[in-house]
Design a protein around this ligand. Structure first.
Ligand code: PMP
Length: 444
């Protein structure tokens, strides 16, 4: 009660509200996909500290790597060369395609995106940056300009030169419907069939071209895009959308930045990086969250050419490349490979998407089920005909009931209308079944 009172009085370095209002959760301990509260109640964690605990809470191998490094060396700053930083940078770069090979280590996703904005502007000499509606790219004053939802922004923060443009949200968009009518689990974003409703995606590309011809500044610095939107509610774009966007952005003199803060490190199942699912190679990739399983860390990886003007300055951050962070991040990469977590994301994710699609057909208030791997969104509506977002009160009831029955999920979307499922990548099919039964009951 004392902790809750302190939090209510806002004596906490966050303005973010406590998630559960009926009975807030006081977390005490975590192991892999499980969390325990102070009373010993166990929860299946399907939100992973906002898609961050990638390999599992207190994963034994990662813990061991952290403790080993803690006994050895905590901190030097990058003014000295220590093996952890070199080894980690090499390991990370080996997972990215050429010519992405220059690594800057940061402390968070916002700091990575801040740095990416700066580097893009220095390299191109242009200021304007394009992002998509529904995107989230950070909470620092600079990155608030990239983030689209107004309730994440403060009017005095500098969004200078940042333009949030339309988002080709297939479900909410004007073309209607998100699934191929011939296949309930095949989203039209990925469908190759020639049916007219799937081909309608081409019209988004036409709209995009029109926007680039008429409303975007003559020359731009960069385009920022999440391969699948995270906070925006697992929004996926039509096939080829990012590919076409990259082409148009480059014609306008800009560079293309993939924000992999949520989609990186195997979460989408089919690929290690979300951008690989779009058949594109970005000029810069930003990452954080899952990079170190919850230990504060982020990174920017770019090309030598783009890094050159930035390298002429004296950029410094005290904690970037901290030996403990690097040891943990390195162990996370080993764990993803050794525990076959990317494969697990594909397997459990496909199962969840298929089973959730059945719930969508059963309940009038589920409008859309989408995502890839373990980056899943369930968009809630008042009814399928109008597709109006379900009220915040009704969303809260389902959310709270799900928690009371022992499963923690997330919420997102531009109206807060989408449940988000982004668990540690080690969850099993049995865990998925437990969640599906609980969610079904909460929906009833
Ligand atoms: N990019 C994306 C896609 C994110 O989801 C977030 C965090 N929600 C950020 C950037 C910012 O990361 P951080 O909170 O570590 O600053």
């Amino acid at each position: 009660e004392r902790l809750l009172e302190i939090r209510k009085q806002n004596c906490h370095p966050m303005t973010m509200k406590v998630t559960y209002y009926r009975q807030p959760v006081f977390i005490h301990q975590g192991h892999m996909q499980w969390l325990w509260d102070v009373d010993g109640k166990r929860y299946l964690d399907l939100f992973a500290g906002v898609a961050t605990v990638s390999v599992g809470h207190c994963h034994p191998r990662v813990n061991e790597a952290a403790v080993k490094q803690l006994k050895h060396l905590w901190h030097t700053t990058a003014i000295y060369i220590h093996p952890q930083i070199q080894e980690y940078a090499e390991k990370l770069v080996s997972l990215l395609p050429e010519p992405l090979k220059v690594v800057y280590l940061t402390n968070s996703g916002s700091e990575a995106n801040d740095l990416a904005m700066l580097m893009a502007r220095l390299h191109t000499g242009n200021y304007d940056i394009i992002t998509l509606r529904g995107s989230y790219h950070g909470g620092s004053p600079m990155t608030m300009g990239l983030t689209s939802r107004t309730d994440y922004k403060y009017p005095v923060a500098s969004g200078f030169g940042c333009h949030n443009t339309m988002c080709p949200d297939v479900f909410r968009g004007v073309w209607g419907g998100s699934h191929c009518r011939d296949s309930p689990v095949q989203t039209i974003r990925e469908c190759n069939c020639s049916a007219g409703h799937c081909q309608a995606n081409d019209r988004y590309i036409e709209q995009l071209k029109e926007m680039f011809d008429t409303t975007v500044p003559h020359r731009i610095a960069a385009f920022f895009g999440e391969p699948i939107q995270g906070v925006g509610g697992a929004v996926q774009y039509p096939k080829n959308y990012l590919k076409e966007t990259y082409k148009l952005v480059r014609e306008k003199g800009g560079i293309c930045i993939a924000d992999e803060v949520q989609t990186g490190f195997g979460r989408t199942g089919s690929h290690f990086w979300g951008f690989q699912g779009h058949d594109i190679i970005p000029d810069m990739v930003t990452m954080a969250k899952g990079i170190a399983n919850g230990f504060p860390m982020g990174a920017v990886v770019t090309t030598e050419e783009i890094a050159r003007p930035f390298g002429k300055g004296l950029h410094f951050n005290t904690f970037g490349g901290n030996p403990v962070a690097c040891a943990i991040a390195s162990s996370v990469l080993d764990t993803i490979a050794e525990d076959r977590l990317q494969e697990n994301c594909a397997m459990v994710g496909t199962y969840l998407l298929t089973e959730l699609a059945k719930l969508r057909d059963k309940y009038e208030i589920i409008g859309d089920v989408r995502g890839k791997g373990l980056q899943i969104g369930v968009e809630m509506v008042t009814d399928k005909a109008s597709c109006k977002p379900l009220s915040p009160e009704a969303m809260a009831e389902i959310f709270e009931d799900t928690k009371d029955m022992g499963v923690l999920i997330g919420k997102g979307g531009i109206y807060g209308q989408t449940f988000r499922i982004k668990p540690p990548m080690c969850i099993t099919k049995d865990d998925a079944d437990f969640f599906l039964a609980v969610f079904d009951q909460a929906l009833q």
